[in-house]
Design a protein. Structure first.
Length: 118
C-alpha cells in the first residue's frame, strides 16, 4: 500500500461539515477522537492539522462555536432561559465551564451579557 498525503484543506472541510454544519458542537460528549474517526485519520494527526490550519486546539475551536451559539441564544432569549439552560443548550457540560469561557473571551459574565441584551 502506498502512502497518500493528507490534504489539510479537505480535512478542515470535513471537520467543519461535521462540527459546524451538523452542529455536533452542541453535544457535550464531542471529542477529538470521535471526529478523527469520522474523518478517517488519527487523533494526533487531526490535532496537528487543526492547530496548524486554524491556529487553535480542537477544544478552543469547539468552545468558540459553543460561545457563538450561546451568544445568539442570549440575543434572542425571548423564552428567558437561565444561564444553565443556555450553557447546556450550547453544548457545555456544565454552567461553570460556560461561565469561565464566556468571561475569558468576552471579558464579562454571561449574566451581564444577558442584561445588556434586554
Amino acid at each position: 500500500m502506498r502512502y497518500q498525503p493528507i490534504d489539510n484543506a479537505e480535512v478542515i472541510a470535513q471537520v467543519r461539515e461535521l462540527v459546524e454544519k451538523r452542529k455536533m458542537y452542541r453535544d457535550n460528549r464531542l471529542s477529538l477522537t470521535q471526529i478523527a474517526k469520522e474523518v478517517g485519520i488519527s487523533r494526533s494527526t487531526l490535532s496537528t492539522i487543526l492547530n496548524k490550519e486554524l491556529g487553535m486546539s480542537f477544544l478552543d475551536y469547539v468552545n468558540g462555536l459553543r460561545l457563538n451559539f450561546a451568544l445568539d441564544v442570549i440575543k434572542n432569549n425571548s423564552e428567558e432561559l437561565s444561564i444553565e439552560q443556555i450553557s447546556l443548550l450550547a453544548g457545555f457540560s456544565c454552567p461553570s465551564t460556560f461561565y469561565r469561557q464566556h468571561k475569558k473571551v468576552y471579558g464579562t459574565t454571561p449574566l451581564a451579557n444577558i442584561k445588556n441584551n434586554k
